[in-house]
Design a binder for this molecule. Structure first.
Ligand code: AMP
Ligand code: TRP
Length: 352
């Protein structure tokens, strides 16, 4: 007899690739940290992992936003992710609101999630502090995120450190549902990337490079920056008063470490190879020049592909519609199992 764990395993593995789910907010201009810490790795690993990558527009409306801006940024992010190497034949990159199962799963999971679990979330505390009015959606944000992950029976959830608590909550919700109703859910693991996991600000290597500060001059390299601008930002990057080009954990040397880390991920080299590349370098000026070069070279084909995709929005929308169909095929059966488990009468589709 097949155990319920076997059943879950087989559902979550359509082929031999382990299933990965991640989501990205359609806000702001993507920056180099997004590429090196997330997008690049998703593309590089799409032959070995079965990727589901979701542009989370339903999450985006939990805080104030401009509707036209959200629509524009959603398409821009989709084009950027395809341009960064996500192949629609290998990865499923889709828009969250295209798959209504996400909102439905959120409702069912809301009903097994104690409200205290949500009030404890540090992101909720950070985002709600100082606001005159806080939406119910903002509190509920992590339950929607749990639904995203659990609908796809994902084993792995690559996220930044700041989202780890939300993935742990998704695990708790999965286990609670499994206990109360039926063993339906794979309990997912957060995966925090080591390489490129934290690309730091160029102006201040003690803070993570982020979209939220990309308006500050010299903080970030945006993926659509022109070569001249990239060069200028890198040349201005904060370093230190020593003159040694090697990896280091010393906070005083975080600027140089950050530049070397960018070079390492851009070139797919290991640390010793990177240090060997700079053995003949004359000072930090040389280091910065070469780091800027590999970034400019690496981003050029991405920018070209991005503008091609944005020039043909009808084609982009068609690609997204195909992915959404696939996402629906995978998530809908799980939603039906959830409905069955909690006691809903499933609609009779035999007449349609
Ligand atoms: P966000 O821009 O915060 O919505 O993040 C989207 C994805 O990019 C997440 O997987 C983040 O972990 C990743 N990411 C964002 N900024 C950085 C950074 N500075 N270094 C490494 N990864 C990052
Ligand atoms: N909350 C995540 C962030 O801000 C985005 C996200 C939504 C997500 N749903 C997800 C990430 C599911 C991983 C899995 O970065």
């Amino acid at each position: 007899m097949q155990t319920s764990t076997d059943t879950i395993e087989s559902q979550s593995n359509s082929g031999t690739r382990r299933r990965v789910f991640s989501g990205v907010q359609p806000s702001g201009d993507s920056q180099l940290g997004n590429y090196l810490g997330a997008f690049k790795g998703w593309g590089d690993r799409q032959d070995e992992k079965e990727n589901f990558l979701c542009i989370v527009d339903i999450h985006a409306i939990t805080v104030d936003q401009d509707p036209e801006e959200l629509r524009r940024q959603t398409r821009e992010l989709a084009a950027m992710l395809f341009a960064c190497g996500l192949d629609p034949d290998k990865s499923t990159l889709f828009i969250q609101s295209h798959v209504t199962a996400h909102a439905e799963a959120c409702w069912i999971l809301n009903c097994v999630t104690p409200i205290g679990w949500l009030e404890r979330m540090t992101q909720f505390k950070d985002k709600s502090t100082g606001l005159d009015s806080v939406s119910t959606g903002l509190l509920d944000y992590p339950v929607l995120m749990a639904g995203d992950i659990l609908l796809y029976s994902a084993h792995e959830v690559p996220v930044g450190e700041d989202q780890k608590q939300h993935v742990e909550l998704a695990r708790d919700i999965a286990q609670r549902f499994n206990r109360i109703y039926d063993e339906l859910f794979v309990v997912p693991e957060p995966v925090i990337p080591e390489i490129g996991g934290r690309v730091m600000g160029l102006n201040d290597p003690s803070v993570k490079m982020s979209k939220s500060y990309s308006h500050i001059r010299g903080h970030a390299v945006r993926l659509l920056d022109e070569p001249k601008e990239i060069q200028r930002s890198i040349m201005r990057a904060v370093t230190d008063s020593e003159n040694e080009i090697r990896f280091s954990n010393d906070p005083e040397r975080a600027g140089v470490n950050n530049l070397l880390g960018m070079y390492k991920v851009m070139t797919d080299k290991i640390e010793s190879e990177v240090e060997a590349d700079f053995a003949d370098a004359r000072g930090y000026g040389d280091l910065k020049k070469r780091v800027a070069e590999v970034i400019i070279e690496g981003l050029a084909p991405i920018q070209k592909r991005y503008y091609e995709l944005m020039d043909d929005v009808a084609e982009l929308d068609r690609m997204l519609a195909v992915s959404a169909d696939h996402a629906r095929q995978v998530s809908e059966p799980k939603l039906q199992e959830m409905k069955q488990a909690v006691g809903f009468v499933l609609p009779d589709h035999s007449r349609s």
